[in-house]
Design a protein. Structure first.
Length: 282
């Protein structure tokens, strides 16, 4: 970041904690490779401090921010305008501070999910069959919204707490419905783990992969470790798998474009960089 002058474009990420976020690593690697006069920095407001931070940035003090746990709902709430995908997800991971003083909210997590599927499971068509989402928290909401918008004919939500699955289905609407675990994977086109199960090498979500079709794709949003228990089981079953690190990288691409007006340079191996960073923090 040695080329920063007073004319630099600034963007960042807001989270709490934000210390282990990979986003500064990805964005600053792209900034350096593109030779931009720009910087991407972390912000960790107090638990109730998100709105004050966002209000203070109105008018384009900085270009925008990505938003992570636990502020994604706050981010949507403070915006003047929001994309359809952010409204459907009920959360925003991207805020843009317009020069006219307004705040625009978007959600690129769903784009990241779909791009990761396209890259790691070539030929995957979200419209070709039922999607099964394990979990009913914020991550599941974003995945459900993305899959509905991508034309999934049946989006099944399976969750330990059934009421949350029912609420998610009612809020997102479209083809989303809450189902029990029994028989949920029958005919599935894609199975997405949107729970926190599998993190740090723990057991993954219960899912009877033998009930899934041979052509089903299994995607795990958990990427620490990269090979989660669910991914390992899916591979042992001969299913194609997609990892959460690719989703994280792919949600960053449209964010970078929105902040800096150019596509990230293709010649940076941000995946290797992210893996190195995860390895260091593990
Ligand atoms: P996020 O916003 O990241 O999705 P969240 O809202 O806390 O986080 O949601 C976590 C998800 O993981 C939920 O679907 C949760 O299930 P419940 O709604 O029943 O709590 C799921 N989850 C977490 N720990 C779990 C466990 N031990 N067994 C089953 N599901 C679990």
């Amino acid at each position: 970041m040695s080329g920063i002058t007073g004319a630099a474009l600034v963007a960042g990420i807001v989270g709490r904690p934000v210390t282990h976020s990979l986003s500064p690593v990805l964005h600053n690697a792209w900034i350096a490779a593109a030779g931009l006069n720009a910087a991407y920095v972390p912000f960790a407001p107090t638990a109730g401090g998100f709105a004050a931070l966002a209000e203070g940035l109105r008018g384009g003090v900085i270009r925008g921010v990505n938003v992570t746990i636990p502020f994604k709902e706050d981010a949507l709430a403070c915006a003047d305008q929001a994309s359809e995908r952010a409204r459907l997800a009920g959360a925003a991971n991207l805020l843009l501070f317009r020069h006219d003083g307004t705040i625009f909210a978007d959600n690129t997590d769903g784009l990241g999910l779909l791009a990761a599927l396209a890259i790691q499971a070539p030929g995957f068509d979200p419209g070709a069959g039922p999607a099964v989402i394990l979990g009913a928290g914020g991550a599941a909401r974003g995945a459900a919204a993305a899959l509905v918008l991508a034309g999934a004919p049946d989006v099944r939500i399976v969750n330990r707490t059934a009421d949350r699955a029912v609420a998610l289905a009612a809020d997102v609407g479209g083809t989303v419905r809450a189902v029990g675990a029994e028989g949920a994977l029958k005919g599935a086109n894609v199975i997405v783990n949107a729970t926190s199960l599998g993190l740090n090498g723990g057991p993954g979500p219960e899912a009877d992969l033998s009930a899934a079709p041979d052509a089903a794709v299994v995607m795990d949003m958990v990427y620490k470790p990269l090979r989660t228990e669910l991914i390992a089981r899916a591979r042992a079953r001969g299913l194609r798998t997609v990892d959460g690190l690719e989703m994280l990288i792919r949600q960053a691409v449209p964010s970078f474009e929105a902040f800096f007006g150019v596509a990230p340079p293709a010649n940076v191996d941000v995946r290797a960089l992210a893996l190195k960073t995860i390895g260091k923090s593990a």
